[in-house]
Design a protein around this ligand. Structure first.
Ligand code: C2R
Length: 181
């Protein structure tokens, strides 16, 4: 029987299955891009990083998108600096949700990458996060996946509770310090 992609039943076999493909334009981007993978991994989401450029190696970008379709990857993230066309080119070649992560660097400190990534023509959306917003790129991918995978929804609940506790503690400590002065 052919595989049904629109089954309503949640998939509970996430271990090791790549759900997010992270493409980045240069090996020099990796120190920021690895934070996307690490945040996903903290939520129990397996991803893979591919260095491929819409400018320098378009064939590699297209080959990866084809493989991602075959392997049922669910979300793609395109990360690039300066003339950042990577996420937009990915979005033009897939119907998967595409997140754009503009990277800082160059003479405009990432503003060029932000605008190149976010200003897409109508009909070809790229959900663009802040410059160097690696954590939010991962969290947005997780929220998309949580629509299908209850385990990821649970992981996001736990992460939100931890974040709230961390924030409240930091606020209490800062106020206590102020009062003691
Ligand atoms: P190098 O550091 O390799 O010279 O790259 C990369 O993401 C990097 O931030 C400089 C910058 O060029 C970016 N790049 C793009 C694309 N490919 C590489 N913006 C693309 O396809 O959009």
């Amino acid at each position: 029987m052919p595989k049904q992609h629109d089954e309503k039943k949640p998939d509970s076999t996430l271990t090791g299955r790549v759900l997010v493909g992270i493409l980045t334009g240069s090996p020099n981007d990796l120190p920021t891009v690895v934070k996307v993978r690490d945040t996903l991994s903290e939520l129990g989401i397996t991803s893979e990083i591919v260095v491929a450029s819409a400018h320098r190696t378009p064939d590699k970008v297209f080959a990866y998108i084809e493989r991602a379709h075959k392997e049922d990857v669910k979300v793609l993230i395109g990360c690039a600096g300066v003339a950042a066309h990577l996420a937009g080119v990915i979005a033009g070649h897939t119907r998967l949700p595409v997140i754009g992560l503009p990277l800082s660097g160059g003479i405009m400190s990432g503003l060029d990458a932000l605008l190149s990534t976010v200003q897409m023509p109508p009909g070809v959306p790229v959900a663009t996060v802040a410059v160097d917003g690696a954590k939010n790129a991962a969290m947005l991918a997780a929220r998309i996946l949580a629509l299908q995978f209850p385990e990821i929804n649970d992981a996001l609940d736990i992460a939100a509770k931890k974040e709230r506790a961390r924030y409240d503690l930091a606020a209490d400590e800062a106020l206590a310090k102020l009062t003691a002065q």
